[in-house]
Each structure stands twice: as C-alpha cells, then as structure tokens.
Ligand binder design. Structure first.
Ligand SMILES: [Zn+2]
Length: 165
C-alpha cells in the first residue's frame, strides 16, 4: 500500500502510538498499535478494529473515573447511548438546557445524574451489567466524586481480547 499522504513510498508494517481523536475525546491513545508507517513522510496509519469495540473499551474507563464526568465525556456517553440531548435529559429527569451546559463545560454535572448516566452506559455496553463495575460506580457515588485532572486513556491491543472473549 502506497502512502496516502505523500504517495511516494510504500508503507511498512509497524507499531506506534495513535492519538485516537476520532472518538471525540482528545485524551485517548492507542499504544504500541499495529499499523503502517511511511518512511518518506513518517506518517503512521493505525489499523483500527470496529469502532464500537474501542468505544466500549473507552467507556469502561470513563465509568470508573473517580471524578465528575466532563462535557466531552458526557457527550461521548450520550452518543454511545444513541440518544438526542432531550431524550437523555428525560432519562436523567433534568432540563435539556442543563445537559447542554454540562456538555459545554459551562457547569458541572450533578452527582446523581453522573451516576445515572454511567449506569445507563454500562447497561448499553454490558448486557450482564457487570456487577463489579456497577459496584464501583456506586461506591464512587457514595464516597463523593473527587476533583481531578483529565488523565490520558491508553488502550493496548491486549485490551481488545477482553471485549471479544
Ligand atoms: Zn508518506
């Protein structure tokens, strides 16, 4: 396969990190990931699995965050649920304008809505609702959310096997 960017070189199989911005979050990295590398222009193209698998993997990381979900993360989980803003607002029993403010980082999501959103997302990605993760969500809620920085989410190839098992 010839490089899509410079079109001068053939690309070689390689492993590299891929900043997975396509998911809508800017802190997700696929590390040591298989793909193709162009020796001429140094472009790396990661070979991505089905997006839904990666989305679920990322969601699992979000569900156990000890801090409040931020706007991008709320939007990410809403898209995962396939809901329009007003529908999710209904599910959370809040006003749509509130949700829009949270998604735009104009306000912080309230603890109860944060918990409910995580539970809904968990139902969606795990048919058995993963009792351990549900327990973790509950305990985070009961302890109270901490404040914290947005940390990088790194996904490794091995993580995929959990999803396909
Ligand atoms: Zn190239």
């Amino acid at each position: 396969m010839y490089c899509l960017k410079c079109k001068t070189s053939k690309m070689d199989k390689a492993r590299n990190s891929h900043h997975y911005t396509q998911c809508g979050l800017d802190n997700v990295w696929l590390v040591n990931w298989e793909g193709f590398f162009c020796p001429s222009c140094n472009m790396f193209v990661a070979v991505l699995p089905e997006a839904s698998i990666l989305v679920s993997l990322i969601a699992y990381r979000l569900l156990v965050l000890e801090r409040h979900l931020n706007g991008d993360e709320i939007l990410f989980l809403r898209k995962l649920l396939g809901l329009k803003p007003f529908t999710l607002a209904d599910v959370l029993c809040i006003d749509k304008s509130k949700l829009v403010r949270w998604e735009n980082n104009k306000d912080t999501i309230d603890p109860l809505s944060d918990k409910k959103l995580r539970e809904k997302a968990l139902e969606k990605i795990s048919p058995s609702s993963s009792p351990e993760i549900l327990k973790q969500i509950m305990s985070i809620y009961h302890r109270g959310f901490k404040s914290g920085e947005v940390e990088e989410i790194t996904i490794k190839k091995e993580d995929l096997s959990v999803m396909t098992a």
